[in-house]
Design a protein around this ligand. Structure first.
Ligand SMILES: [Zn+2]
Length: 409
């Protein structure tokens, strides 16, 4: 149960150690207490207390035997330390209902603490244009997912999101979200805490979970929308006014397209999936709106066969200038690129090269541009554990205790 105290450790340090142990086990799959102490740089008695707390909370489980050490991690930890009871993240009980509310598609999975690092959603359906229809879609999609006792519903949402208040303040590509209270809406289906996480921040949290200890980075995602999230000192950058990362709404000279945010000429209207396809369709001598001409597949094969057309280079150059400017302001030299653009290596190569040219770090050292898969579900679960199960505020933890199921024997 929550309320477990480890009196010898200050609460903040205890939580840090708990999160470190969870993160280690997510990557290692399983490990003994001694392994964890060594890898986390903490004493064995401390590791013992931390793991006892996490076992009681149902976050960890004991791996029964060598046969149970097949894991979600990359394996091989069993001989790191002294022989002992192997521990792993709990994979037996779905604890969270994770929902990706995308502009065109909604995805949903019931997930245990031992979440897979890369997204693999169980159900999906086209995102409708009204909250009522969306709720009906969720109800249908979720009927096959029947977790016994949920710790929380975790939902990634596009737009400008006040995560603490659980409100979408502004959503350029899904305006109906601004009119409703998502938490109240979801209470019609599940009576447990609901956590909203802005969709790009969820990706960054997932990346942080998969590759912890990495230096500061800016994650940029290209999909129906275009946005970023900043990680500094191993923590997601947050501010009460949640306007950071919105590089997609930077105006580009000469661009006359109207953006969903109401402004004219935003970068997003050029380099989002829709923007790219609009430009690609416009190439045709006889402008055609046929599905084949305007599909991502035909665009992708065109780029693969013919390389970068001048309009595409211009779009990528404009994107690079905005991103390089962001890196220069933040003083960050590591960039993580996710989303549809990563399917086009020629685009990534050009974009990376131009960003390196424009970023000050390039004059003094290396700029790292890497592509990464979407790890949104892992990011949502990380947020769920951090904010619902191991929240910073002890009182919040006590309040939420009722939602935490006693671990199975
Ligand atoms: Zn805009």
């Amino acid at each position: 149960m929550l309320g477990v105290k480890t009196a010898a450790l200050p609460a903040s340090l205890r939580r840090t150690n708990q999160r470190t142990v969870i993160s280690l086990l997510l990557r290692l799959g399983s490990a003994s207490r001694a392994d964890l102490a060594k890898a986390a740089g903490i004493s064995q008695p401390t590791a013992g207390k931390i793991t006892t707390d996490l076992l009681r909370l149902g976050i960890l489980q004991e791996a029964d035997s060598a046969a149970d050490t097949s894991s979600t991690g990359n394996g091989g930890p069993s001989r790191l330390g002294r022989p002992g009871q192997m521990l792993r993240l709990d994979a037996r009980h779905p604890r969270f209902l994770a929902i990706e509310l995308g502009v065109s598609e909604t995805c949903i999975s019931a997930l245990p603490v031992a979440v897979e690092i890369e997204d693999r959603w169980t159900c999906r359906f086209p995102t409708p244009k009204s909250p009522e229809a969306w709720l009906a879609g969720l109800r249908t999609a979720a009927c096959g997912l029947r977790p016994d006792r949920l710790w929380g519903v975790l939902i990634s949402v596009p737009g400008i999101v006040d995560e603490n208040a659980g409100k979408v303040l502004f959503s350029p590509n899904l305006h109906w979200l601004e009119q409703i209270n998502l938490r109240e809406l979801l209470r019609n289906l599940w009576d447990c805490p609901t956590l909203l996480v802005q969709e790009i921040r969820a990706l960054a949290l997932g990346h942080l979970t998969a590759e912890p200890g990495a230096e500061d980075f800016l994650l940029i995602d290209f999909g129906q929308g275009v946005g970023g999230a900043v990680v500094l000192d191993g923590e997601l950058f947050s501010h009460p006014m949640p306007l950071s990362g919105e590089f997609g709404h930077t105006p580009i000279a000469g661009n006359l397209r109207r953006c969903g945010c109401g402004a004219l000429g935003c970068l997003e209207t050029l380099v989002s999936e829709r923007g790219l396809l609009e430009s690609f369709s416009g190439l045709s001598e006889k402008p055609s709106r046929s599905a084949s001409r305007g599909s991502w597949k035909s665009f992708s094969s065109h780029v693969t066969q013919h390389g970068l057309d001048p309009w595409l280079k211009e779009t990528l150059d404009a994107t690079a200038r905005v991103v390089a400017g962001a890196l220069n302001v933040l003083g960050i030299r590591r960039l993580v690129i996710t989303g549809r653009l990563t399917e086009l290596p020629a685009c990534i190569a050009h974009l990376s090269s131009e960003i390196k040219n424009g970023a000050m770090w390039g004059r003094f050292g290396e700029i790292s541009c890497q592509t990464a898969p979407h790890r949104r579900a892992a990011g949502l679960v990380a947020a769920g554990i951090n904010r619902l199960v191991l929240p910073s505020d002890d009182e919040a933890g006590t309040m939420l205790a009722q939602f935490i199921a006693a671990p199975a024997a």
